[in-house]
Design a protein around this ligand. Structure first.
Ligand code: ME8
Length: 517
């Protein structure tokens, strides 16, 4: 048998100086849905995540909280693990940048860049934002309160003057532009690609890549009074996860990664610095940097001072894991900014889940239980209406694949819900409850058709709502080994006579709690 094609997807590794927020949950839900989709589609998948545990911000936060930086990193790593367990978004590997295997990878990429002649010692004078862990050009600073100046991101900056190792980024502008031109999908969506191209077109300065003012980082090989700039260290986590630098590691087959999934604030690091480091080190570039937008609470930025920070765990416990996963991926066109609110989540739960797929499955399966002895009815003779609906459902997988090829997760779900709407219209038009007396054979056909459509929808939607869709497939008695995309389509229709377990509701309506008297 030919080996399965590989697919490797990573997410940004969160700073370990704070608890997980909705933005982190959103990114992991998207990554997990894509990884599950590819797995069901027959790919050999590696889904990577990690924790960004070094840098000045970590050292400062730990000191404020009376912890060691490692103690803070351990506490945060546990919070992320528990969020991912709850959301069903656990990756295949979590690369923590304080691990020895990662230190080895970061030092090796440094040595390769140095061997290429791209690393030199000089001194750095300029503005640094600890919160962004980034240097900012003087010309980009904006006025802050009381005559101070802030980074363009609104964070405080401090003047830094120290000896530093530099990376010859200025030498890579043309090669980067050539790469973007030859690989138009290297950064998607296009809006972010255009930003990156215009940034590089303006000319690149060399990049300071080491610090001496603190020591919480990976030591620079051969010069241990310097630690690496945290982004050199952090970006290399993607290589660590594929076993780098050990070319004989079984995971080496996953490099180059197919997709680095990141938020819009860090596209420059991933689409400019990272490919330049890799070109210098002679390592193939990832195939795509997939940029997603930001989520806002009722349109407002989440911030501790506004008091609107809601933990993803609280939301999942309140609305349910599958509804929350569905909400984020359906509500926000992937790549754009989006907003969430109680009202918007409840509207999706009731319209799309309870009244949509939930109601369709419940009505057809409970009629089968009551009127067909709890067994898949005979297909009988198919009418044009039956064939049309089945044809529409059979076309769903290819539509979903097309949408996923562009990381348009919302389009993939919209395609599934168009089939649900068509099935609802069909069910209403065929009135199987009337035919129960007048034409029970026809009733059986209609119920078999709808049950089959539910099977196909459930198979395709599993990546987004794994728990609920697996319960639906249980109600249809679909064996565990017949739930992947190879079992989608007309050759795998439900078999008449198959006994079905008693169905129960999969998506209850969300009912507002009575206000306290
Ligand atoms: O940037 N909505 O870590 P991080 C959606 N350590 N996504 C959001 C968001 C929001 N409101 N806020 C943040 C870092 N994100 C670095 C990454 S990778 C080598 C190093 C996204 O914890 C953000 O864009 O600040 C990023 O992709 C991820 O959450 C982690 O952010």
């Amino acid at each position: 048998m030919a080996p399965r094609p590989t697919y490797c997807i990573s997410s940004a590794i969160p700073y370990a100086n704070g608890a997980p927020h909705i933005g982190h949950a959103y990114e992991r839900i998207a990554q997990d849905a894509i990884a599950r989709f590819k797995r069901l589609d027959g790919f050999d998948v590696l889904s990577l995540s990690g924790m960004d545990e070094h840098g000045q911000k970590m050292q400062q936060t730990a000191a404020r909280e009376g912890l060691t930086p490692q103690g803070l990193a351990d506490r945060t790593a546990e919070q992320f693990l528990s969020m991912n367990r709850l959301l069903g978004t656990e990756a295949d590997d979590v690369v923590r940048t304080t691990e020895p295997r990662h230190r080895a990878a970061a030092q090796e990429i440094w040595r390769r860049m140095e061997a290429r002649g791209d690393v030199y010692l000089s001194s750095y004078k300029g503005w640094y934002s600890v919160r962004d862990e980034a240097f900012h050009d003087e010309a980009d600073l904006v006025p802050g309160p009381d005559g101070t100046r802030l980074a363009p991101t609104g964070t405080p900056v401090e003047w830094v003057e120290e000896e530093s190792w530099f990376f010859r980024l200025s030498a890579y502008g043309d090669r980067l532009l050539a790469h973007y031109a030859a690989n138009p999908d290297f950064v998607t969506p296009e809006k972010y690609r255009n930003e990156v191209v215009s940034f590089v077109s303006r000319g690149l300065n060399d990049l300071s890549i080491s610090r001496t003012a603190f020591d919480w980082g990976v030591p620079v090989p051969g010069d241990s009074k310097h630690v690496m700039y945290v982004w050199v260290d952090a970006l290399t986590n993607y290589l660590t996860g594929t076993g780098f630098p050990d070319a004989s590691d079984p995971r080496a087959r996953f490099w180059p990664a197919d997709a680095h999934l990141i938020g819009k604030d860090i596209s420059r690091f991933h689409a400019v610095f990272w490919p330049a480091f890799l070109l210098s080190a002679g390592i193939p570039l990832p195939r795509r940097v997939v940029v997603h937008g930001f989520l806002f609470n009722k349109g407002e930025k989440m911030s501790k001072s506004v008091g609107n920070v809601i933990s993803p765990t609280t939301l999942a416990e309140h609305y349910g894991v599958d509804p929350l996963r569905y909400f984020f991926l359906r509500e926000v066109p992937f790549g754009q900014d989006g907003s969430y609110s109680h009202e918007a989540i409840v509207a999706r739960i009731n319209a799309d889940l309870a009244n949509g797929i939930g109601n369709l499955a419940q009505r057809s399966l409970s009629m089968i239980a009551k009127n067909c002895g709890g067994r898949v009815p005979d297909w009988g003779t198919l009418t044009e209406a039956d064939r049309d609906l089945l044809g529409e459902a059979d076309a769903l997988l290819d539509r979903a694949r097309d949408a996923m090829a562009h990381y348009a997760l919302h389009d993939y779900l919209a395609a599934a819900w168009r089939v649900i709407a068509a099935a609802d219209r069909y069910f209403a038009g065929e009135e199987p409850w009337v035919k129960r007396k007048t034409d029970p054979v026809r009733m059986g056909t209609v119920l078999a058709v709808v049950a089959e459509v539910v099977r196909e929808i459930a198979i395709v939607v599993q990546p987004v709502m794994p728990g609920a869709m697996s319960r639906l497939l249980d109600f249809l008695a679909v064996p565990a080994e017949a739930r992947d995309f190879a079992h989608f389509g007309p050759e795998h229709r439900l078999t008449p006579g198959t006994a079905l377990p008693a169905p129960s509701g999969v998506f209850p309506r969300y009912v507002e709690a009575e206000p306290a008297a």
